[in-house]
Design a protein around this ligand. Structure first.
Ligand code: ZN
Length: 132
C-alpha cells in the first residue's frame, strides 16, 4: 500500500534521537521496546511515513549483529499491506524467502514478517499490517 516506515540501525538511541530531532525539527513521538527481537525503537513522523530507529538491547539481537557486520545505517524498508497472510503466501509463491513463516508482533501495533535480502536485491523487506 505504501512505505510504512524505514528502519535505521543505530548504536545509541539517545544520541540518535537528538540527531534526528535536529534533522526533522521535531522530536520523536514514541519509543517502544520489542523484547522478543531485543530492540528498542523510536519513531519519527516524516510526512506520510515514519523513520524507525533501532537500538539493540541484547548482544544476540539482530540489530547488534547487523551493526557488527555493516555498521550503522538503513536496516530495512517496511511496506504496509492490507492482509499480511495473503501477501506472505503470494510472495512465497513468487519465490521470495520469508524469514518467519508466521507473522510476528512487531513495534507500533503491527504484525510483521521479513523477506530474506538474498531474494530482494540485498534489501531487507518488512511487510507490516496494522493489528485490528
Ligand atoms: Zn520496521
Amino acid at each position: 500500500m505504501k512505505v510504512e516506515h524505514i528502519g535505521i540501525a543505530i548504536k545509541d538511541l539517545s544520541t540518535s534521537n537528538a540527531l534526528f530531532a535536529k534533522l526533522f525539527g521535531e522530536a520523536n513521538y514514541k519509543v517502544e521496546n520489542v523484547e522478543s527481537e531485543g530492540v528498542a525503537t523510536s519513531f519519527f513522523k516524516c510526512g506520510d511515513t515514519k523513520i524507525e530507529l533501532l537500538e539493540a538491547t541484547r548482544e544476540d539481537s539482530p540489530i547488534a549483529k547487523f551493526i557488527a557486520k555493516r555498521g550503522e545505517g538503513i536496516h530495512h524498508i517496511a511496506f504496509e499491506v492490507e492482509d499480511i497472510h495473503a501477501e506472505m503466501k503470494r510472495l512465497a509463491g513468487e519465490g521470495f524467502t520469508i524469514l518467519n513463516p508466521e507473522p510476528k508482533k512487531g513495534a507500533d501495533n503491527k504484525l510483521v514478517c521479513f523477506l530474506h535480502p538474498k531474494t530482494t536485491n540485498g534489501v531487507l523487506v518488512e511487510l507490516c499490517q496494522e493489528i485490528r
